[in-house]
Write a protein that binds this ligand. Sequence first.
Ligand code: GDP
Length: 477
Amino acid sequence: MSTIAAISTPRGKGGIAVIRISGDDAIGVAERMFRARSGKALAECRNRSAIYGDILDASGNICDSGICVVFRGPNSFTGEDSCEISCHGGTYVTMTVLTSALAHGASPAAPGEFTKRAFINGKLSLTEAEAVGKLIDSDTEERMRLSSGAMRGNVSREIKKIADSLIGVMTALYAAIDYPDEDIGTEGEDMIEGVVNGALADVCRILDTYKTGKAVSDGVKTVICGRPNVGKSSLFNRMTGEDSAIVTSVAGTTRDILRESVSFGGITLRLSDTAGLHESDDVVEKIGIDRANDEIGKAELVMAVYTAEDCVTGYPPTELPSCPKIAVINKSDLYGGEAPHPAFVSYLKDSFDRVVLLSCTGNEANVCAALKGRFDELGMKTDIGIDGLAQAVSELYGSDKIDLTNDAVIWDVRQQASLSRAAEWLREASAALASGDSVDAVCTTVEAAAASLSETDGRGITEEIVDGIFHRFCVGK
Ligand code: GDP
């Protein structure tokens, strides 16, 4: 493979920077631009040991001193001969070291090219390689745990286990096709049926994690909406842990949509605080209300805020989109003990997935208890407080049942599509077995299922898809 080089640390000033070189001539390129203080040639230095020396620029003059580590293939990240030169992290010196590598025989690496080579050389499966990019982009603990787990092979290992079991079945089926006189026998048939159904259950289990994985990875567009003054901005501030939305008793303060990403209930919420919904003559507020309605239309999760008083007066129902919805009954501290209005209770029951009682200003466990007691009497399940809201989100998106560190969790539509195809083929295989179809027919469906599994993990994937995946990476990775 050609030899490539790039700066693998972030742009800007830092204590150190790392220039990565990989390919057939990686050690040669490093040799020409690095002089070990020991006088030893890099080719003679021990694998993966830190060698101190002087770094030469493109003209052969010393520009810095630093460390070079030689990784001989296949025991390197890319699987090829590679060198990592650590220099001081000034922007000019770092660029000088990279320019020197290019002048000494390397070519500039494309985005994601080191990881792409690791994939091509069999060092990483496709899901592991995709996870490397995700890990670098992670900005929350959940995103980090999801990608770090996948990078360590949580998904690949599971898929390989299922694929291996299908290979066992195919071997038995090929034998039956090649030697038609030798009957597979009931025992053989049972084994094949057991493996196929087991594989289907395993694939479905992984597919079930998609909703959570996607909610962690891409986030869920969540819109906080409701009438003016019900406490939407107070809720937004509590969830983000910041004081970014203006909270006042003056109605109509929020006009522009405020957006923030938060880690909440084990997933990522892309949260918007919107203008209060009501009839207004104010031109600016009206624009805010139109924008709020647009935002609600695009929501993947709605948090509709009401007050404890609304429960009693029976505030008229609002029309909301068909996505998952949580009713947040705020200002529970102001609840006077009156019976909730039956029409409002029916509205909550019919329109919302969860109902959470809240007080953005008071001690929730105490102040929400009275209202909760009333709802309990009416057979309506409610959660209390911001923790209850997090629990509701977590249960809606399944993050309460998933261990991001250890489970096989998928997050990408490509992974979901190929696993769904595998599940379809396995369903067909199972049906073919149940109806006593020919061995040939069963074999074709099992082969197709195995092929879809190998697409998930990159073994049967086209070059175009591979290029598309790695182009999303940064240079130097
Ligand atoms: P928004 O217009 O819906 O965004 O409402 P705000 O968050 O601006 O709150 C309106 C007013 O209600 C402010 O004076 C808040 O301090 C007050 N408020 C918000 N939440 C609560 C609550 O749970 N209890 C009480 N008593 N007041 C609240």
